[in-house]
Design a protein around this ligand. Structure first.
Ligand SMILES: *Cc1c(COP(=O)(O)O)cnc(C)c1O
Length: 401
């Protein structure tokens, strides 16, 4: 076995590291520049003019849903979805312990109580086995997150929701273009929520949208985010459904609409890279890929995520050591967000405003076992993927037994 680079051996990437072969993110597309200039010159910078209306149709078609309504970011979309479903003070909303803060903050914004539930060790998504025991007479909704590169187990989540008469809001911030049983995410529950923040698979720097197949819910979501206005009715908004000004600009709409033409090609490229990488390291000890809930899921790779098999590591070996060794070989893998939501530095919500269930698996994944690559690391040529596989195999053979 060749000496690890961290111990003075020759790195697998001798010269420039793997990430230097990846495109910078986000990828700028020249044809979008023309649209941005024409919007700028027209003065029609906002107000559901040309581009937002086009995007409402085009993105809905991409995900295979009937409606999409556009907003400033993927946090206010979650808040808007909750308001549109009539959820507020006194209600409980079940969320996974591992996600971005927004998933658990959104119920707080509407005065409801987030109930934080553990994730599944294989998928890193909310564990359907832990949902039912968290349901109380106050529970009104579940917000599953399609996390990193998995689609949550929507068959089981929808079955539980149906049995207990709950709404399902899919947080699709990582899952642009993903499908389960051939159905686009954002159309698998009552309302879908997407983010277009800078790191996401489609992005305008900031941006968000809600998707739904239900015309009535679309109207409510649109009104809540567009200060009470409607695209389909002349009636005034329902009394007491407090509406916000969460609109996006035409510049954002044009950037996102232009990316729709590229999203499939980039997703296919990531899927090919991941398939190749995983076949090369299928016998590598101590590490496995994050699974998606159903074998036929068409996954979107926001993070390419893996899990260290802690029982298979040599005594005393930690994730931090392994990540350093990967980096010395020239492969930048990272520990992700580092904490479950309620342990994040930004989470300053008083304990009486949320419920935290036991979350041993979330702690294991976030503190010890999760290993991640940014999406653009998978947008490289096959010889680079082969060397990434070589580096992972070299390091894991040293630290695992
Ligand atoms: C990014 C993200 C959001 C929030 O999106 P913003 O556009 O940053 O407000 C919500 N949920 C998840 C899982 C995210 O990763």
């Amino acid at each position: 076995m060749s000496e690890l680079a961290i111990n003075g051996g020759k790195p697998v990437f001798d010269g420039k590291p793997a990430m230097d072969y990846a495109p910078t993110w986000p990828i700028p597309f020249p044809e979008i520049e023309k649209d941005l200039i024409s919007i700028y010159r027209s003065g029609k910078w906002s107000g559901t003019k040309t581009y937002e209306q086009k995007l409402m149709v085009d993105f809905a078609a991409l995900q295979g849903v009937k409606y999409s309504a556009w907003m400033a970011n993927g946090t206010v979309t979650l808040e808007t979805a909750l308001i549109a479903l009539g959820i507020g003070p006194g209600d409980e909303v079940i969320v996974p312990a591992v996600s971005w803060l927004a998933t658990a903050e959104a119920p707080i914004y509407v005065g409801a109580t987030p109930v934080v539930v553990d994730i599944d060790r294989e998928t890193f998504c909310i564990d359907p086995d832990r949902i039912e025991e968290a349901i109380t007479p106050r529970t009104k909704a579940i917000i599953p997150v399609h996390l990193f590169s998995a689609v949550a187990d929507m068959d089981r989540i929808n079955a539980i929701a149906k049995k207990h008469n709950l709404f399902v809001i899919e947080d699709c911030a990582h899952a642009h273009g993903a499908r389960q049983h051939g159905v686009g995410v954002g159309g698998l529950g009552d309302i879908g929520s997407f983010s277009f923040q800078l790191s996401k698979l489609m992005t305008a720097g900031e941006g968000g949208c809600c998707t739904t197949n239900d015309e009535r819910l679309f109207d409510r979501v649109f009104r809540v985010s567009h200060i009470g206005n409607s695209r389909i009715s002349k009636e005034a908004p329902e009394m007491g459904m407090i509406c916000h000004q969460y609109r996006m600009t035409e510049f954002q709409a044009a950037i996102i609409d232009g990316q729709i033409a590229h999203v499939k090609e980039l997703a296919d490229w990531s899927r090919r890279s991941v398939a190749r990488l995983m076949s090369l390291i299928k016998d590598t000890p101590g590490i496995v890929q994050q699974k998606s809930a159903c074998p036929d899921d068409e996954r979107a790779y926001y993070f390419f995520a893996m899990r260290l098999l802690l029982d298979h590591l040599k005594p005393g070996v930690t994730r931090a050591q392994i990540l350093k060794a990967f980096q010395a070989e020239g492969v930048l893998l990272h520990e992700g967000w580092g904490h479950p939501i309620v342990d994040m530095a930004q989470w300053n919500v008083p304990e009486k405003l949320y419920v935290k269930r036991d979350t041993p698996v979330s702690n294991e994944i976030m503190y010890d076992a999760g290993v991640y690559a940014l999406n653009n690391l998978m947008l490289v040529d096959e010889p680079v993927i082969d060397r990434i596989a070589e580096a992972i195999d070299k390091v894991m053979r040293y630290y695992a037994e």
